[in-house]
Design a binder for this molecule. Structure first.
Ligand code: R5P
Length: 296
């Protein structure tokens, strides 16, 4: 198998190729003066098994088009099998029409990836599992919760407790998974978002955090409001330190400021999004999944 490192995930692709002891495909990429993307394989990939690595963090539309061009080229040149690893699968919010007349973005992405020739898809902590059920090809939703929890164990945690800032089943599962990894308790807060205004309300509930370190585990930080609400509630209830571990640290606009003002101790994200908060790599998570699949 050869690894193809898309422009958004070059370093991650390198890490994966090192862990798998396989080569990185030789490629050339550039942008034309008008901004259009150019891609070229610099070696023969016909009959090869390829793993394309490209995360879809902002600018997600550019990253998507890069992925489409790489995938199309690989299939067109006769690659035998193409696995796609998209750590952050953008456009995972619109899996159905929540309001009449809305677009079905997730379905469109699934149709394009399949039509372009992806044979299987791997992702990390997809925002909504229903998104993956739209695919006809095999899909694998992996989690970074364990690695994020392990990252915080180096902080001399005091009687840690893991908190989901949201009461969605998938969010509570992530918190549970993180808690089990470090033998900690877990709990969750209830959050509601207004579909029209985007406003978030987190309901205060008594959690036994007094004098303890809390780790909030979430899939995405976008505006930072969900995590900040949780940090504020936990600090108000006497938590010693509140850490935030997030699979996809988009941290848009004032998100970091909002979190700092709420009293966050540290934010740790993964290399699904490239920024200074990418403290945990998802490379080993994918490699483990590929090995498991190979054994079965
Ligand atoms: C919500 O369903 C997600 O799990 C995240 O909590 C949410 O996307 C975070 O968004 P924001 O940072 O804008 O509150």
């Amino acid at each position: 198998m050869k690894i193809v490192g898309g422009p958004s995930s070059k370093e991650l692709a390198k890490k994966i190729s090192t862990l798998l002891n396989t080569s990185l495909a030789l490629i050339k990429t550039k942008r034309f003066p008008d901004g259009e993307f150019y891609f070229k394989f610099d070696e023969d990939v016909s009959r090869d098994e390829l793993l394309i690595v490209q995360s879809l963090y902002p600018p997600q539309d550019s990253h998507l088009l890069e992925l489409f061009l790489i995938l199309h080229t690989a299939r067109d040149l006769g690659a035998k099998r193409i696995k796609v690893f998209i750590p952050y699968l953008a456009y995972s919010r619109q899996d159905r029409r929540y309001l009449e007349g809305e677009c079905l973005s997730s379905r469109m992405i699934s149709e394009i990836l399949e039509n372009l020739g992806a044979d299987s898809l791997y992702t990390i902590d997809v925002h909504n599992r229903r998104v993956l059920s739209m695919y006809k090809i095999p899909t694998y939703n992996l989690t970074a919760s364990r690695e994020l929890a392990r990252y915080f164990t180096a902080k001399n945690l005091v009687d840690p407790i893991v908190i989901s800032p949201d009461d969605e089943e998938i969010a509570i599962e992530r918190a549970k998974c993180a808690a089990e990894t470090i033998n900690a308790e877990y709990d969750f807060l209830e959050k509601r978002r207004d579909r029209y205004t985007g406003e978030i309300v987190t309901y205060e509930k008594q959690i036994n955090v007094k004098g303890r370190d809390a780790i909030i585990i979430d899939d995405i930080i976008s505006t930072g409001k969900t995590a900040a609400n949780a940090v504020r509630i936990l600090k108000k209830q006497g938590a010693k330190r509140v850490f935030v571990g997030v699979s996809h640290a988009l941290l848009l606009g004032e998100a970091v400021k909002v979190l700092n003002e709420a009293g966050v101790e540290e934010i740790a994200g993964t290399d699904s999004v490239i920024n200074k908060y990418a403290k945990v790599s998802v490379a080993s998570i994918l490699v483990e999944a590929l090995k498991k699949e190979h054994q079965s």
